[in-house]
Design a protein around this ligand. Sequence first.
Ligand code: ATP
Ligand code: SF4
Length: 320
Amino acid sequence: MTEPLLSIRDLCVDYITPHGPVRAVDRVSLDLHKGEILGLAGESGSGKSTLAQAIMRILPAPAVIRGGSVRFEGKDLLDLDEEGLRKVRWSRISMVFQSAMDALNPVLQVGAQIADTLCAHTGMSAEQARDRAGELLEQVGIPRTRLTSYAHQLSGGMRQRVGIALALALEPQLVILDEPTTALDVIVEREILQEIRQLQRARGFAVLFITHDLTRMLQFSDRVAVFYAARLAEAGPSAVIASKPSHPYTQGLLRAFPTLHDEPGVVRVSIPGSPPSLASAPSGCRFELRCPHAMERCRTTAPKLVTIGEGHVADCRLLD
Ligand code: ATP
Ligand code: SF4
């Protein structure tokens, strides 16, 4: 196996609150290979966005990285100063947020916004940058004639596509998509994800994809990492996770989401209860109170990640 493009080891991130630190990412280790799509799944508040922001080093206060490493193209991003980060952000790693569509400058034509980014980071002339901006718009399904449009003249889907064109402008090796289509209707969402998939295959960049929609994630991603209460519960190839999930939480999530192959009348069952507060996480397994297989020892000792198969790991005492 070749060296991963991104290698995260034992990453810990805390939010400092008046009541003490809240650990939102707890000793997370993950690899992402060149040209691969890795999906991050998990309930709201499990730490997915915090992890993504820690990789980009754009964590807002009061978040603090407490330990671990984030190696990307051979460098630990956690060691870089502002100048080092400036060279990596957007040109090597870029990000599309759920609210990317609202982040466009309302008083600047979208073509000028893309061209400005190209001029600032490359040696392109204004004319070359405008031409390239037109190409980028076309690649995300927007006609070149829209170069002169302002954000308010575009639909939500088109604005999100402009956000994606901006993220791809400098040909990054890694694109982080943090719920990029959550605010859009399902048809536009499907179209945009198909377009990203085509661009990803053509250009070979890697993608870290965050969404609440597990069905969509399994279709779109090569591998999936499932988070529960700030920890990695299970990670593996999407086909394996879909057909043979090993962690009781992943099994519960899959029972809760509809699949493309559901027979009529299949009843989906949600996981009872809710995740523990991260401000006072239990010392044993964090899923113990909701787990149908919980044992006495699960309450007292936290599980350790166990390798089950090729690239497939899970954090459960049933497996050790
Ligand atoms: P969602 O899917 O809803 O975006 P997520 O899985 O991306 O959720 P994060 O947004 O990363 O989760 O949040 C992880 C945890 O970090 C939350 O459960 C919360 O306890 C804590 N947290 C996030 N932001 C703050 C903050 N500003 N102050 C204190 N704690 C925070
Ligand atoms: Fe359930 Fe125990 Fe596994 Fe936790 S460690 S998921 S409580 S069986």
